[in-house]
Design a protein around this ligand. Structure first.
Ligand code: ATP
Ligand code: MG
Length: 267
């Protein structure tokens, strides 16, 4: 995908914030990304070709039919402190990338935004010497961090790589989500735990809990303090790896290639 990374992450950020704000009582935001081929007659006003399709869905209040006509208009907002610019900016960014953004909603049960972005095809994409392939993988990842910006940017990055991502704001919530996922046989392949989280269980205690309910749980500890003893001796605490914040794509890829389902591992 040829895209301005900063702008596209802004689009994802705007959509995730909206999804979050649509669920004042909480709920799950799911983010998926996949490669698709659009053929003519597929109901999307785009040229036929390869696209990356990103879907961000919430379980929030939904959007009425009347409002649906206006959500992409500049300054349209139903929020007391909204500027009404999030979606109109997102719309122009996607448009500038020759993509398409659309919303589907059922009032009271949630909204899904779908973004299509052209897969690499522009000048430079095909005749560029083949570099190392961008990391791709599949599996379910739980991101646990009290910082919304970190959660959102990680979720954007990981879902663009093909992972299914869920979030938690502290260790207690993470353990709850992990247990629930196990019960429905949709165990997480990886948990990325922040070391310290305001007003909640930190990474060190959370990994203990996770290993208690699932001895095979794979957790990576993340921290901005690279000199913390937990980071230095992560194995002693039950982590499979450590990640220094802020994460770079390269660091993430290294961790992911270690822990993620490879073809045939059946993990
Ligand atoms: N996921 C969603 N669920 C329900 N309503 C939504 C959702 N996303 C957008 N909307 C509706 O669309 C309107 C416009 O969204 P937009 O992001 O452009 O502005 P905003 O969120 O109101 O303000 P800003 O993003 O500038 O803080 C929202 O006020 C809301 O009514
Ligand atoms: Mg918004």
């Amino acid at each position: 995908m040829d895209a301005d990374e900063g702008q596209i992450s802004q689009v994802i950020h705007n959509l995730v914030v909206n999804a979050d704000q649509s669920m004042p009582e909480g709920g799950t935001i799911s983010i998926r990304a996949e490669n698709v081929f659009l053929d003519s007659g597929m109901n999307v006003p785009l040229h036929r070709g390869r696209y990356v399709k990103i879907v961000i869905a919430d379980e929030g209040v939904g959007i009425s039919g009347e409002h649906m006509q206006k959500i992409f208009d500049p300054y349209f907002t139903t929020k007391q402190k909204g500027s009404g610019l999030g979606l109109s900016v997102s719309y122009s960014i996607v448009k500038r990338h020759d993509g398409y953004i659309m919303a589907e909603s059922r009032q009271g049960s949630g909204t899904a935004f779908t973004v299509y972005l052209p897969a690499s095809a522009g000048p430079g994409a095909s005749d560029r010497p083949a570099g190392p392939p961008a990391f791709r993988g599949e599996g379910r990842i739980l991101i646990v961090d009290d910082d919304e910006m970190v959660r959102n940017s990680m979720a954007g990055l990981l879902s663009a790589m093909g992972f299914e991502v869920e979030n938690a704001v502290e260790g207690g919530e993470a353990v709850g989500k992990y247990r629930k996922a196990m019960e429905s046989s949709r165990t997480f392949d990886l948990v990325i735990l922040d070391l310290t989280m305001r007003g909640g269980m930190g990474g060190k205690d959370a990994v203990k809990e996770l290993l208690r309910i699932d001895p095979h749980a794979r957790a990576v500890v993340a921290s901005g303090y690279s000199d913390d003893p937990v980071i230095a001796r992560y194995r002693d605490y039950g982590f499979v790896d450590a990640l220094a914040k802020p994460y770079t794509d390269k660091e993430l890829s290294r961790i992911l290639s270690m822990v993620v389902k490879g073809p045939g591992t059946g993990a």
